[in-house]
Ligand binder design. Structure first.
Ligand code: B12
Length: 305
């Protein structure tokens, strides 16, 4: 089960943070937990419940009446009203289940045959977002929940990384486009999203410097001073504690920002939005927004040549 901080919940549900706080105080519907940093963490169920409430209010319902139904009843109704998955989701869903079933007991041959076969017949970007990233998420979740051991998680992660690297290597070496550095911050081992971002930049003709997980800020700054990128993208899947986040943003502002335009993305970045905004560091909210940013960069780099 994922957990989400309040501004992400606001984004996912279309409700303002104030409304969420008021409802939480007034009605006994939400069950946020407190992280080590004392921030509230909301579960996927909280998000589903709030989405359902928002839909009902938009359709003319009243929060007073709805709240009387209680959390469990509302969650049941939310589940029943959830949109049906599309045919494509179903196809990938079945494939994902088959792949996961080969992990315990571990059957490498079937896993690789199924994964290679599927990735070969689907356009790569579709395979990336429909199969590889969800597979990463699910296998990571199985590990977090104690259902597969870390060796199996690492094996699957490496299989996924190989697929993305091999798709990137089939693209011609970019000699001219915008220069983009892609990295994860210090201590960040969740690197699949950064790799997906790097692929996205490569496909759109950028010259990509992919640095992967756990990059010290001083080394990143050094590289930026040498390469002079048009953009440095940093992926933050993990939310950092307040102290660490403040220190990190200070380092980025002092060391990297003078050498490159910097933008950050990922759930952790969204959680730390206030800090980044204060430091005037751009936040890329989604892959669609990234595409627009890259289009603009490409146009600028073409107009310079
Ligand atoms: C796989 C996984 C791991 C793997 C990572 C393997 C790897 N090489 O990447 C391993 C097993 C190593 C791992 C370790 C840990 N993990 Co982990 N992990 C996950 C899991 C299940 C999936 C993450 C993932 O790869 N998802 C798929 C990718 C594609 O999604 P994503 O990273 O979220 O990125 C998406 C967006 O954020 C966005 N995005 C990200 N970056 C960028 C950048 C730009 C520019 C853009 C546009 C978009 C973008 O795009 C992606 C697609 O939508 C998540 C739970 C979950 N369901 O998300 C937990 C999760 C991220 N892990 C978590 C934790 C706590 C840990 C550990 C601390 C656990 C521990 N006790 O050791 C360690 C930390 C290691 C470290 N120091 O970084 C927490 C983080 C909590 C938080 N509040 O931040 C999560 C959310 C689980 C949870 N609910 O508690 N993990």
């Amino acid at each position: 089960m994922n957990t989400h901080r309040i501004h992400r919940v606001a984004k996912l549900t279309g409700l303002s943070k104030d409304v969420i706080r008021v409802w939480e105080r007034r009605f006994d519907l939400l069950k946020p937990t407190r992280g080590a940093n004392r921030y509230r963490n909301y579960s996927d169920e909280d998000v589903a419940l709030l989405r359902y409430l928002k839909e009902q209010l938009d359709a003319g319902g009243s929060i007073g009446e709805l709240s009387k139904l209680g959390r469990e009843e509302l969650l049941g109704r939310a589940r029943a009203s959830a949109p049906q998955v599309s045919f494509v989701d179903n196809t990938f869903g079945r494939l994902l289940r088959e792949l996961l079933s080969t992990l315990d007991p571990f059957d490498r041959v079937t896993f690789e045959k199924r994964l290679n076969g599927a990735v070969a017949v689907v356009p790569f970007e579709e395979a990336l977002h429909g199969i590889l990233l969800p597979l990463q998420e699910q296998v990571g979740r199985l590990w977090h929940d104690g259902h597969v051991n870390i060796a199996i998680e690492h094996y699957v992660t490496k299989q996924i990384q190989q697929k993305i690297f091999s798709a990137m290597n089939q693209l011609p070496v970019a000699e001219f486009g915008a220069k983009v550095v892609v990295a994860c911050p210090p201590g960040e081992e969740h690197d699949i999203a950064a790799l997906a971002v790097a692929y996205r930049c490569r496909v759109r003709g950028c010259r990509v410097y992919y640095l992967g997980a756990n990059v010290p800020i001083a080394s990143l700054a050094n590289l930026c001073r040498t390469v002079k990128p048009d953009l440095t993208l940093i992926s933050f899947p993990l939310a950092q504690s307040d102290d660490k986040a403040t220190e990190l943003v200070e380092h980025l502002t002092r060391e990297v920002a003078p050498a490159s335009r910097v933008a950050v993305g990922g759930n952790g970045a969204l959680d730390m939005r206030d800090l980044f905004e204060k430091a005037h560091i751009e936040i890329v909210e989604s892959f669609a927004e990234l595409d627009m940013m890259l289009d603009r960069l490409t146009r600028q780099s073409l107009s310079r040549t």
